[in-house]
Design a protein around this ligand. Structure first.
Ligand SMILES: [Zn+2]
Ligand SMILES: [Zn+2]
Length: 303
């Protein structure tokens, strides 16, 4: 029975790790990725407080916005314009997510749009399997060590973005440290909150980072397998209300593949797109500008 379980586990690992000779998961190299998950188990020991839970939600929300509005809609697709300072802020917060630097992320994503659901695509669930598209490719040395610099030359010319990209692993570590110090300070200055440094680091950094990983990965896996298709695009992208809700609008993925240059991904009022609402609000106060909409005919025609 135990042998059978081990064999089954090996088959699952092989599905992730051996889609072809080069696309192979590098388990040792991605040890930090697994450790972030394992540390979450320590919530049973460190306990929880409203302050720590609040920090988890704030860190999840803030960093998801930096990924959806920054890494995705700005750096990958240039769907609006902003200042160099806000561009850097989005990149800085995004880098604390442990999803590499903005140039790495956007270069891989541009490649996905160019080759979606073909053998060239890095993470097509239909051709390379669900788990490969969800997280296997991120664990592959060939992809996490490299990106096509030519495809992201437009942002590669900013030295501060190149610096963030090269020091991407330092940023999550710094965020965890800041949260730890903040928790230690709260323990002394506001003891009624019943929190401390380690609890704040575990909830604010580790738990929120794991949620952020898998919500982001769902856009590559679930948004190409589950949901409806309004547009007959050449890929398998789908729209999902639930995924749209929990990923701040990224679940309207079929809309997005149909018109990637649009800042708005929910094309109708009922297609909830939190990232769009926030960017719209930021445009009213002049932080961002020239948000690109889908052309009118895209909304009326479904093919
Ligand atoms: Zn896609
Ligand atoms: Zn995209």
């Amino acid at each position: 029975m135990q042998n059978q379980t081990l064999e089954l586990e090996q088959v699952e690992l092989d599905k992730i790790g051996n889609t072809n000779a080069e696309d192979k998961a590098d388990w040792g190299g991605m040890l930090p990725f697994f450790l972030v998950h394992v540390v979450c188990l320590s919530t049973f020991w460190v306990g929880v407080s409203w302050a720590a839970f609040g920090a988890c939600l704030v860190m999840l929300f803030l960093r998801m916005f930096a990924l959806t509005a920054g890494y995705h809609r700005y750096f990958s697709h240039r769907t609006y314009k902003t200042s160099r300072a806000f561009q850097f802020l989005l990149a800085l917060i995004g880098t604390t997510s442990g999803q590499m630097g903005p140039l790495w992320w956007a270069a891989h994503h541009r490649h996905h749009h160019l080759h979606a659901d073909t053998q060239e695509d890095v993470h097509p669930p239909t051709l390379k399997g669900f788990w490969w598209s969800h997280m296997g490719w991120v664990l592959c040395k060939k992809y996490y060590m490299n990106y096509d610099e030519r495809s992201i030359r437009d942002f590669g010319r900013y030295p501060e973005l190149r610096w963030l990209n090269e020091n991407a692993l330092l940023m999550p570590f710094l965020l965890g440290t800041v949260l730890f110090i903040f928790g230690q300070w709260l323990e002394v200055s506001a003891p009624t909150l019943h929190t401390n440094g380690i609890q704040m680091a575990v909830w604010g950094f580790f738990v929120s980072t794991v949620f952020l990983y898998h919500l982001t990965f769902c856009v590559n896996s679930l948004a190409h397998t589950v949901g409806s298709r309004r547009f007959e695009t050449s890929d398998t992208s789908r729209n999902s209300f639930l995924l749209g809700l929990i990923t701040m609008g990224e679940g309207w993925h079929n809309n997005h593949h149909r018109y990637p240059s649009s800042e708005r991904q929910g094309f109708h009022w009922w297609e909830i797109d939190l990232t769009h609402y926030l960017l719209k609000a930021l445009s009213w106060v002049g932080v961002v500008r020239e948000l690109r909409n889908p052309p009118r005919e895209i909304n009326t025609k479904s093919r």
